[in-house]
Design a protein around this ligand. Structure first.
Ligand SMILES: CCCCCCCCCC(=O)SCCNC(=O)CCNC(=O)[C@H](O)C(C)(C)COP(=O)(O)OP(=O)(O)OC[C@H]1O[C@@H](n2cnc3c(N)ncnc32)[C@H](O)[C@@H]1OP(=O)(O)O
Ligand SMILES: Nc1ncnc2c1ncn2[C@@H]1O[C@H](COP(=O)(O)OP(=O)(O)OP(=O)(O)O)[C@@H](O)[C@H]1O
Ligand SMILES: O=C(O)CCC(=O)C(=O)O
Ligand SMILES: [Fe+2]
Ligand SMILES: [Mg+2]
Length: 336
């Protein structure tokens, strides 16, 4: 065995031991005997033969992994074209949510497609939804979710040039705040750069390792220039925490854990920084009731918007809104 391979093996053994110990600590004292005679697995990833030991360790420790050049130029150009058709209102997509930047929405009506800062829930648009079914993406997703895969939430983000109020920033948050299904470790986001992204146009900013923590309380940050609807940030954000700026090329994809604290900086260019993303979950996940948890505030906002948008009452639950949007993309729809 080479020295490098030997070191990796040692690292894997070390991680397996520490995760086993964590599992033992977390075990309720119910009198059950906890046996660990079977080979232990890493906590956050599965061995499907795709990720190298180094890549698995990187995700286990950092909560994200950057895969270069995963989506082709042709596919990305197709997504861009379809997004433009939607903005020009040449195609109407059932269930689609269109968002405008708050600084632009509150100033004047701009009929231009450029006012759209984000579209969500494009699962009924075959061209855009093709992103969620790309085999090369699903091969990676399976390493985190296992073989039964649901596409739960879809977005195309068109981060606008900042209008001078820093509203183009996305505050630091954990995506799990928005989700009412578990377990968190079987959820993953795929986020693909549709062009070069860097600190100038507002790339993703992540706090490595924060996926090993718990779900934090989220609130609107106190930003002078205003904050976009539902852009909650972790309460008590510490700007001193070590950050990593994920600079990416067109087609590069980052996979990240839903507890990883991340955000994105201001877009200081004149262009609209584009990215497409999908949150996947194992179909074996289960829904939870968020009543009495830190997620009550976001549930309230989601319900208010759903009630206004679809003119419905309290009969629809948060669980229903996810079950309706979710789409099976691989394997069997076992639970979600
Ligand atoms: C649901 C689960 C999500 C899971 C997400 C997983 C992780 C994702 C993390 C995120 O991305 S969090 C941010 C996600 N954001 C949203 O989901 C927001 C969805 N957006 C909407 O529902 C609509 O765009 C919105 C309700 C904000 C406005 O839609 P409308 O069609 O009603 O817009 P309209 O132009 O009629 O404006 C209505 C009012 O909203 C205001 N407005 C529009 N865009 C806004 C904005 N961006 N922020 C704040 N206010 C906004 C607008 O100025 C106006 O205010 P006034 O009533 O005071 O005149
Ligand atoms: N009070 C806050 N609460 C939550 N998130 C915040 C807060 N302040 C800044 N952030 C977030 O921190 C991240 C870094 O933002 P910031 O604009 O400070 O730097 P940047 O644009 O990433 O980097 P730089 O401008 O130094 O190249 C962004 O996601 C931003 O939205
Ligand atoms: O593309 C971005 O700016 C990040 C958006 C994000 O983190 C989110 O919508 O959850
Ligand atoms: Fe996010
Ligand atoms: Mg900045």
């Amino acid at each position: 065995m080479s020295r490098a391979a030997e070191r990796l093996k040692l690292l894997i053994n070390h991680l397996e031991r520490s995760h086993t110990q964590a599992a033992i600590r977390a075990e309720p004292t119910s009198g059950q005997t906890f046996t660990h005679s079977h080979p232990q697995q890493l906590r956050y990833t599965f061995d499907t033969g795709l990720l190298t030991p180094e890549q698995r360790l990187f995700y286990e420790e950092n909560g994200f992994i950057h895969i270069k050049n995963l989506v082709s130029e042709d596919d990305i150009d197709k997504f861009r074209w379809e997004f433009e058709r939607i903005c020009r209102q040449e195609v109407k997509v059932p269930g689609l949510v269109v968002m405008r930047d708050v600084a632009i929405a509150k100033s004047e009506f701009i009929p231009d497609q450029k006012a759209v800062s984000k579209i969500q829930d494009f699962q009924e648009d075959p061209d855009l939804f093709q992103y969620c079914t790309l085999p090369q993406i699903l091969k990676y997703v399976e390493c985190f979710t296992g073989p039964n895969i649901m596409a739960m939430h879809t977005m195309l983000i068109n981060k606008p040039p900042d209008a001078g109020k820093k509203t183009s920033r996305h505050p630091m948050h954990q995506d799990l705040h928005y989700f009412s299904f578990r377990p968190a470790d079987r959820i993953v986001c795929a986020w693909t750069a549709m062009e070069k992204v860097n600190r100038h146009n507002g790339c993703l900013v992540v706090l490595p390792g924060t996926h090993t923590g718990t779900l934090q309380e989220h609130d609107y940050p106190e930003w002078e220039g205003g904050v976009n609807k539902m852009y909650h940030g972790v309460r008590g954000y510490n700007p001193q925490h070590p950050r990593v700026h994920l600079e990416m090329e067109k087609g590069d994809t980052v996979f990240f854990h839903p507890l990883l604290i991340h955000g994105s900086g201001m877009n200081q260019t004149q262009g609209f920084r584009k990215a497409i993303s999908c949150h996947y979950a194992s179909a074996d996940c289960y829904y939870i009731d968020v009543k009495g948890t830190t997620q009550e505030n976001i549930e309230k906002e989601v319900k208010e918007i759903a009630t206004r948008k679809y003119a419905i009452g309290d009969e629809i639950t948060l669980k229903d809104t996810w079950a309706i949007r979710g789409r099976l993309v691989q394997g069997v729809r076992t639970s979600l």
